[in-house]
Write a protein that binds this ligand. Structure first.
Ligand code: AN0
Ligand code: CP
Length: 318
C-alpha cells in the first residue's frame, strides 16, 4: 500500500482484519519499523479521535509525529490555481504541500467537504493535490467524500461484537442542526458493501447518497421497517447529496433520533456512532448510555485501524 484513501487500498478484508487482530494483541511488536520515520498529520478541520488515535498509532510503531493545524498558526492557504493572491491568503497550497512533504515520510490529511462545489468535493481536489505534489505516501484522516480510518475501525468493531456470520447492519440518518459531510456514511457504506453482511440504509426522502457508495445496499425509507431484526444500528447525520440541495439541511425531524422505542424493534442491536455525537439529536441519553452502546470500544479501535494502515505504508516505503 502506498496511499490509503478508501477500502480499495486495503486489499483482502479478511487479511486486513487478521492484521488488526495481531496489532491489537501485540501493539509494540513493530517499534523498529518506524524508527527515524516521521509522520506528519495535517488538519484543515477539528478533530479529537483522529488526532489522538493516529498519533498513538504512529508512536506505537516507533515513529516521530508532527501535527499541524492549518487554521491555527499556519499561513492561510490559497487552494485555487491562477488567482491573483491579493486577499487574505498568504501562501499557495502548491508550495505548501511539497514543503510539508520535505519534512516527513508519511502524510495524513484531514480536509472535509466544503459544500462550495460538489465537483471539487467529489473529485477530492485537496487530498489529490497532496498525493500529486507531496512526493510522499498520503492517507486520509477524513477527506471530502470518505473517512476510511473510521470505517475500518467500525468494521473491526462489528467483527468483534457480531454473534452471527451475516449480521444485519443498519445505517440510519439522524437529525443535526448543521450541514455535515457525507464522508462518514459514504465510507461506511463502501466498507459494508465489501462484506457479506446484510446492509440496509434508512433516511428521509431527499437524503439519498451517491449511488457509487450505496452499491448493493437496501434503501428503506420506512425506518421502523429498517430497524426490525437489526444487529447493529449505526447512526450518522449528513447533509443532502442530490442537486439542487447539495450540502443543505432538509430536515431536523427528531422522529429519526435513535431512541429506546425504535431500538426495541431490533434484535437487541448494538448502537454505533463515529463520534462526536449530539445527544438527544442523534441519539437519546438512554440509548448511548445503555449496555448495548459500543461507541467507546468503536473509538478505541481507531488506534488499531490507523496502526494497520501506517504499518502497511511503512512496510512498502522502500
Ligand atoms: C464530522 C462529519 O460529520 O464528517 C466528523 C465526524 C467524524 N462531524 C462533525 O463535524 C460534527
Ligand atoms: N470520529 C472521528 O473521526 O472523530 P474526530 O472528528 O474527533 O477525529
Amino acid at each position: 500500500m502506498r496511499h490509503f484513501t478508501s477500502v480499495h487500498d486495503v486489499g483482502d478484508l479478511h487479511n486486513a482484519l487478521q492484521k488488526a487482530k495481531q496489532v491489537k494483541e501485540n501493539p509494540y511488536a513493530d517499534q523498529k519499523l518506524g524508527k527515524n520515520k516521521t509522520l506528519l498529520m495535517i488538519f484543515f478541520n477539528s478533530s479529537l479521535r483522529t488526532r489522538l488515535s493516529t498519533q498513538k498509532a504512529g508512536l506505537n510503531l516507533g515513529m516521530n509525529v508532527i501535527v499541524l493545524d492549518i487554521n491555527q498558526g499556519a499561513w492561510k492557504l490559497e487552494t485555487e490555481r491562477g488567482v491573483v493572491m491579493d486577499g487574505d491568503k498568504a501562501e499557495h497550497i502548491l508550495e505548501a504541500i511539497p514543503v510539508m512533504g520535505s519534512y516527513c515520510d508519511v502524510i495524513g490529511v484531514r480536509s472535509f467537504a466544503q459544500f462550495k462545489s460538489k465537483a471539487d468535493d467529489y473529485n477530492e481536489v485537496i487530498l489529490n493535490q497532496f498525493i500529486k505534489y507531496s512526493g510522499k505516501p498520503v492517507f486520509s484522516m477524513e477527506a471530502a467524500t470518505r473517512h476510511p480510518l473510521q470505517s475500518f475501525a467500525d468494521l473491526i468493531t462489528i467483527e468483534e461484537y457480531k454473534s452471527c456470520d451475516r449480521p444485519k447492519v443498519v445505517l440510519t440518518w439522524a437529525p443535526h442542526p448543521n450541514a455535515l459531510p457525507q464522508a462518514v456514511p459514504n465510507s461506511f457504506a463502501e466498507w459494508m458493501n465489501a462484506t457479506n453482511y446484510e446492509f440496509v440504509i434508512t433516511h428521509p426522502e431527499g437524503y439519498e447518497l451517491d449511488e457509487q457508495f450505496v452499491g448493493n445496499a437496501t434503501v428503506e425509507y420506512d425506518k421502523e421497517k429498517a430497524y426490525q431484526g437489526a444487529h447493529f444500528i449505526y447512526a450518522k447525520n449528513w447533509a443532502a447529496y442530490r442537486d439542487p440541495n447539495y450540502g443543505k439541511v432538509l430536515s431536523t425531524d427528531r422522529s429519526w433520533t435513535v431512541d429506546t422505542r425504535k431500538m426495541a424493534l431490533t434484535n437487541d442491536a448494538y448502537f454505533m456512532h463515529c463520534l462526536p455525537v449530539r445527544r438527544n439529536m442523534i441519539v437519546t441519553d438512554e440509548v448511548i448510555e445503555s449496555p448495548r452502546s459500543i461507541v467507546i470500544p468503536e473509538a478505541a479501535n481507531r488506534v488499531v485501524a490507523a496502526q494497520v494502515v501506517l504499518k502497511e505504508i511503512l512496510t512498502h516505503l522502500g
